[in-house]
Write a protein that binds this ligand. Sequence first.
Ligand SMILES: Cc1cc2nc3c(=O)[nH]c(=O)nc-3n(C[C@H](O)[C@H](O)[C@H](O)COP(=O)(O)O)c2cc1C
Length: 243
Amino acid sequence: MDLLDQLMNHTSVRKFTKEKLSSAIKKQLVLSAQSGSSSNFIQSYSIIEVTDPQKLEIIEGLSNCFGYVKDAGAFYVFIADLNKHAQILAQQDHSLAALKNEEAFTVSVVDTTIAAQTLSVYAESLGLGICYIGGIRNDLFKMAELLELPEYTFPLFGLSVGYPAEKNEVKPRLPLQDIQHVDRYQPMTEERILAYDHLMQDYYGQRSSNSADTDWSRKMLAHFYEPRRPQTKEFLKKQGFLF
Ligand SMILES: Cc1cc2nc3c(=O)[nH]c(=O)nc-3n(C[C@H](O)[C@H](O)[C@H](O)COP(=O)(O)O)c2cc1C
């Protein structure tokens, strides 16, 4: 299949067969993650494969992703990781100020995301399904305790990978004209938002599982109704970041 066709057919998989991934495939997946670009070659991420059934059970519960963490073919947690770099600076008796700030954290989040998405695309090319699990950030302190995360690390998201038992319909993305701009930014107009709402209302109403009477605006209002995950700031502070 052409790569663009593969990308455009992506859907998150939330029901896997019981088959676990072989160690050969898992090695290939991590190699694919490592091949991505990295800002200034900082390589500021780590990937933790969680195999301990008790830990998987806890993560599945705190993420509220029942049925697609423990039962995935493999489950990874992607860690934005500046701990290695902190060690290098400390060895040289140098200040850690440059890796505690927003810029260093942003770079690390970008590196980590590129690694995860590269792995995801490769996994899908093998016929596997994936689902990102941002739900792990519902309890950052528990995640840090479970995975023994040191200072200057942040558990960004989980990633379930496995053989799909069910596949959802592809979700219609925003029309190109609403994300693609030339020479200057153009805000989305009210009419364009309404047009996408109609498209998404049809999608949500007609999809074969979890059909619902909703649209994109209503989803976004619910999502941003109030600040989410208020412990993030406190957790970042505990990990040594200073924003
Ligand atoms: C960073 C990130 C975190 C996500 N967290 C979750 C999650 O916790 N639980 C879940 O079911 N899906 C999660 N998703 C999947 C999104 O809901 C999904 O990508 C989006 O609805 C688009 O659907 P699609 O991937 O099927 O095209 C996450 C996706 C991303 C990129």
